[in-house]
Design a binder for this molecule. Structure first.
Ligand SMILES: *[C@@H]1O[C@H](CO)[C@@H](O)[C@H](O)[C@H]1NC(C)=O
Ligand SMILES: *[C@@H]1O[C@H](CO)[C@@H](O)[C@H](O)[C@H]1NC(C)=O
Length: 124
C-alpha cells in the first residue's frame, strides 16, 4: 500500500519532466521495486544447508539475526543477482564477510571463513 501510494504520487512529477529525463527508467515499476523485493538470504545452522534453516529478508537495511540463529550459522545462500554482506556483531558491525553472491557458501567452517562460522549476527 505504501509503495503504490508513493509510486503514483511520483507520476505527476515524472510526467512534468522533459522527455530526456524520463529516459532514466523512473516509470519502470519492475526496476524500481525489484531491489526491495529480492533481499533474501537462506541460512542454516549446519554445513551443506542442513540443521535449522530459515529465509531472512532485507530491503537494503541492516537485519540482526534472531537469537535462534545468532552465532550459530554455518551455511549462507543469498538470492542470485545481489551482493550480500554479513557481520559478526549486531547492527552490521564488527568483522565483515562479503560480498557473497549466490549460491553463497555451504560451509563457513573452513580456513578462509572460520572466523565467521557460528559467529554471524547481522546481514545486509
Ligand atoms: C524494466 O526494467 C527491467 C529491469 O531493468 C527490464 O528487464 C524491463 O525490460 C523493463 N521494462 C520496460 C517496460 O522498460
Ligand atoms: C543497534 O541498533 C539499535 C537501533 O538503532 C540501537 O538501539 C542499539 O543500541 C544498537 N546496539 C548496538 C550494540 O550497537
Amino acid at each position: 500500500m505504501k509503495i503504490s501510494t508513493a509510486f503514483f504520487a511520483l507520476v505527476p512529477l515524472v510526467a512534468a519532466l522533459p522527455p530526456v529525463f524520463r529516459a532514466v527508467d523512473v516509470t519502470n515499476s519492475t526496476s524500481v521495486i525489484s531491489p526491495d523485493t529480492q533481499g533474501n538470504v537462506f541460512v542454516c545452522t549446519d554445513a551443506g544447508f542442513t540443521g535449522s534453516c530459515q529465509v531472512f529478508s532485507s530491503s537494503g537495511q541492516c537485519v540482526n539475526f534472531p537469537s535462534s540463529f545468532n552465532d550459530d550459522i554455518t551455511s549462507v545462500g543469498p538470492d542470485s543477482g545481489q551482493d550480500c554482506f554479513f557481520w559478526n556483531d549486531i547492527n552490521c558491525s564488527g568483522a565483515e564477510l562479503g560480498p557473497l553472491r549466490s549460491p553463497g557458501t555451504s560451509d563457513l567452517n573452513v580456513a578462509a571463513t572460520v572466523q565467521f562460522n557460528d559467529h554471524l549476527s547481522s546481514f545486509q
